[in-house]
Ligand binder design. Sequence first.
Ligand SMILES: *Cc1c(COP(=O)(O)O)cnc(C)c1O
Length: 403
Amino acid sequence: MEARFENLLKVIGLQKYSHSGRLGQIPPYLFAEIGRKIEAARKAGVDMISFGIGDPDMPTPAHVVEELGRASRDPRNHQYPDYEGLLAFREAVASWYKRRHNVSLDPVSEVLALIGSKEGSLHLSLAFVNPGDYALVPNPCYTPYRTGTILANGLVHDLPLLEENGFLPQLGKIPKEVVKKAKVLYLSYPNNPTGAVAGMEFYREVVDFANDNGLIVCSDNPYSEIAFDGYRPLSFLEVPGAKDVGVEFNSLSKPYNMTGWRVGMAVGNPEIISAMATVKNNVDSGVFNAIQYAAIAALLRTPDSEIGRLNSVYQKRRDLVWETLNSVGIRTGRPKATFYMWCRVPERHTSASFATLLLEKAGVVVTSGAAYGRYGEGFFRMSLTVPDARLAEAMGRIKDALA
Ligand SMILES: *Cc1c(COP(=O)(O)O)cnc(C)c1O
């Protein structure tokens, strides 16, 4: 049973209105909490360097910003957008998937614009999950899979992501009675927070498992372009039969430094896309058309060399953090993709105690692994979205603090 934080406030008289049971089950949003800690320290005059939130520090490419300017001056773009996205946007997504992954998508029935891919999890849950249905959710994970399920009155079954399994879930270990009541399986590789990647063999197993058990697969793939050492992440939809059992979410946020713009997409199985679109049509009214035109420019007109340049910045940072942490005895992988380092806390520390130590001794903010679920305990996450000079400064401080 999850703690009912908010309703507790009501009971002790600090809050006037009782929240729904759904909201009561949701812990405070991870980054809101970190944000408050940083704010308090900043007010106290501490020079903090935050590796907390995964939010690219580099600017959106100029051609994308220009396109927003142009499109925003066209009065036709000032009216309500089509809730499912401009056809031109959906065509751009389809052509990007074809070029990048050799996946064919029908822009009309197999692509849906999202206001950032985060909202996709809730809308998928509202479309398919009934009270008492399970969602199979990796643990640790990006929290919206879990909270989206809870907000739809669904139940969460944790799939432990363990280091010894390369942070892939063991589908064969899910109890049969849970599988019977499960509706959705969430996956996300390259993975936030662990930086792990998945190969074709794993995805084939996923397709078979979903077919055998009538599951909807949701592959969340916002890091498909952030990769190093020549590695090229797959799309789940590259696997034969994937489109029969699932959808993929993707987003402009990470590859094009567009987190603030709020634009992403769901692609794949037309029946799932159509049900999500029905929910969205009743909740929001789509993405500002001018932003969709800018997104088209990002998808179709960003040279590969630009993505390569951004990746080489992250790769250098990854190597510097890896060397520094190793030199002070902290064990961490050297991820092939994503801008996250998933690191073991030193012995005799918990995730929270070590995050607090880095905060107090080095003025460095990291995320406690436990914030992503209980199987994240014993780890902390560092996001490589910190400008080079500040990152170097932080590495010096960590060395001093832990020497
Ligand atoms: C950043 C991120 C997203 C993208 O979110 P947007 O809402 O598109 O900005 C989705 N999933 C994961 C796992 C992420 O880390």
